[in-house]
Structure formats: C-alpha cells, structure tokens
Design a protein around this ligand. Sequence first.
Ligand code: GLU
Length: 278
Amino acid sequence: MRINRALRVSVGAIALALTAATAAACGGGDSKSALDNAKEGKLTIGIKFDQPGLGLRNKDGSYSGFDVEVAKYVAGKLGVKTEDITFKEAPSAQRETLIENGQVDYIVATYSISDKRKEKVDFAGPYYIAGQSLLVRADNTSINGPDDLKGKKVCSVKGSTPASNIEKNYPDTQLQTNDTYSLCLEGLKGGSWDAVTTDDIILAGYAAQSAGSFKVVGKPFTTENYGIGLQKGDQELRDKVNDAIETMIADGSWKKAFDDTVGASGYQAPTPPTVVRY
Ligand code: GLU
C-alpha cells in the first residue's frame, strides 16, 4: 500500500517534470502545437521577406509570393483565415531553430527537404522542385556553370543547401556567406562578387526585378525539393499539410498561385511534384 502510494507520487512528479521540461524546451516561443493554434484560429508562419516572386514583404507591409500563397492555402485548410496569420521572417540559417522553439507553426520559405534537416524538423511536401543555379552580371561571359567558379568570388547564404554544396563539391571557389540573398545581390551589383548562387527560381526573381542587370546562367546542378517545415514528430499536422498540398495541386490553386506570382515575370510553371509521405 505504502509502496503503491509512493509510486503514484513519483509518477506524478515525473509527469510534472516532463511537462516543465517540454515547456522549457519551447522557451521564447509558443508551447502549443500548430494544430492547437489553428483550432484557436491563429497561426504564425515563417516565410522569406526578401525573395521576389516567392516570399516578399512589400513596402506597404503586405506579403506576396508563391510561398506566401502556399502558406495561406494550407492555413485555410487548417481553418485559419489569411487575416489571422502572422508572417515571421525565417532566414535560411534560422529555420530549424524557429520550428524547434515553437516560434513558428510552420515554414514555407524555399526550404529544401534534406536528411540533415530531418534530424531536427519534419517536412510536408514537396510542393515545388527547384535546382541550384548561378546569377551573374549581364555582361559576364566567363561563368556558365559551377565548373567555372574556380578562384571566383561567389556569394550565398549561411545555412543554405547551395552554400554547403559549393563548400563540399567546389572547394576552389571563394565562397562568402551572408544572412540573406538580398545582401548577396547588393554585392553582385557593386562588384564585390562574381556570382550569386542559390535555387534557379529565387535567382530568376532577382533577375526579373533588376531589368537587365543580371542573368541566370547554366543548367540547374542540384535538385531542391521544397517542403513545408514542421515540428518533428507531429504526424497529424504533417498528414494534414500533405493533404492540403495535394488538394492545392488538384484543384488548380497551385497553378494559379504560381502564375500570379513567379509566373508574372514569364517563368513557366512546371508540372507540380508528387507529395512524398515518409
Ligand atoms: N532551397 C535552399 C535551402 O533550403 C536554398 C534557398 C534558401 O536558402 O532558402 O537552403
């Protein structure tokens, strides 16, 4: 009898301690799950703020881009209206941490699904397939692909897959990493770097914005499966987000969102990908 009571007390204490530990692990953020937040009618979604056509914070404080449209569509399927979404900037190197800390409910930010990232977060999708490419000044004729990068000053972003690909597979490149691609663009314009490297669709957005100053060169040389980053282990959320992506593709909203955003500058919508449930 006495043993039983002691056991019960200690089990209770462990449960309490676990609750406290979970809350602490979510420190600074919201300890509620994304689906709990959605039930209350609110979501915080991580996007890029400086990638035209994909995730952009406009001067009037509104947000536009394909990722923004995907984020809104998924939120709608989770029962949350666009006006009840808080968009938060999710720079490449901070995405896993933002999810792990519960500072965002999910991330739609040109976020490639990778095994390394899957150690910390889960992904729904893919909802788009991009490939790493190169952006140079319009008058550049010496860089036409990654094999031309030897000794060249190339800018990419910290914590991005294109930066690690260059470090690993093109070690003779003088790689510089910034926090955002827009900083890379300024340096390319000013002559600090010879090229900027990231996904083709991101570079196309910058080229379209710059009216003839830059060009995207060569063929894409990696495969970047864009996923929606989620809290690791939240299978219910992942299933629901995967369902939403599939519906978005099936009902024509995916194509319309693409044509209205990235497609507005002439970029052709590819065939949408198939969601992979791992
Ligand atoms: N898709 C790549 C990545 O997830 C590059 C784009 C980005 O940095 O957002 O790292």
